[in-house]
Design a protein around this ligand. Structure first.
Ligand code: GLP
Length: 240
């Protein structure tokens, strides 16, 4: 596991964008695992800029997003489908048929998503944010790790954290469909970005704590190619 601390949140996120751009440069038909949330926005901004300058090309790139709320229309601006359209898909030359997000709320929908990832040859680089409780994608703290894409019931902690995007906590969907820990661990390389003081404890537990499904990100200690990028605040508990 590699760990790098940056002076600012923007720098940490742009560094993540750089790692994705490098992957695209080295392999023009890469499979990218993408994330939503506020953290990755500057990474997407950099990717768009590099695309506009002709540095990177998305023509043959395939993408798979981590998660989506259940019961939210894909056109709803608060859906992760709409988020990805706004921040990346509408601004680069990704082919619509190469873009994937999980959707639905059945075991069959989860299995179909896993099959599509496998058929694409697996994920080359997976971008991750992290929840305050250590969740990745929507893999909430639990008694055991999940394997494939599955429907999750969100914890109160996550509902409250994500309420800032909605009119109130009551409007946050209670369920989501998310890649499992197995999907994330199967990615060839993982880049996790965490910024702000509210993520400091989750970062510390991810890197230094015991590997436990109670802190889903802690399993990344076992990933052969995992890079964690933080700003000073999120990395503040990582002394020495
Ligand atoms: C959501 C997403 C996660 C994301 C997390 C943190 O719960 N499902 O993928 O990492 O929020 O979001 P933010 O970056 O806005 O703090």
């Amino acid at each position: 596991m590699e760990f790098h601390v940056y002076e600012s949140a923007r720098a940490a996120c742009e560094a993540a964008g750089m790692l994705i751009a490098a992957q695209i440069t080295r392999k023009g038909d890469s499979v990218l695992g993408l994330a939503t949330g506020s953290t990755p926005v500057p990474a997407y901004e950099k990717l768009v800029q590099w695309y506009q300058k002709g540095v990177i090309d998305f023509d043959r790139i395939r993408t798979f997003n981590l998660d989506e709320y259940v019961g939210i229309d894909h056109k709803n601006p608060l859906s992760y489908h709409a988020f990805m359209q706004e921040h990346l898909f509408s601004k680069v030359n990704l082919r619509p048929e190469n873009v994937h997000l999980p959707s639905g709320h059945s075991a069959a929908a989860g299995k179909a998503y896993d099959d599509a990832i496998r058929a694409a040859g697996g994920i080359d680089i997976q971008l991750l944010g992290i929840g305050r409780n250590g969740h990745i994608g929507f893999n909430e703290p639990a008694k055991e790790f999940t394997y494939g894409t599955h429907v999750v019931t969100l914890t109160q902690n996550t509902i409250e954290a994500n309420a800032r995007f909605f009119k109130s906590a009551d409007e946050v969907p209670r369920q989501a469909i998310s890649m499992g820990i197995g999907n994330i661990m199967a990615a060839k390389c993982v880049v996790l970005v965490a910024t702000g003081e509210s993520k400091a404890e989750a970062v510390y537990k991810t890197i230094r704590g015991p590997i436990t499904p109670e802190v889903p990100a802690s399993i990344l200690q076992l990933h052969p190619c995992c890079v964690i990028l933080t700003d000073r605040e999120a990395g503040s508990l990582m002394k020495d």
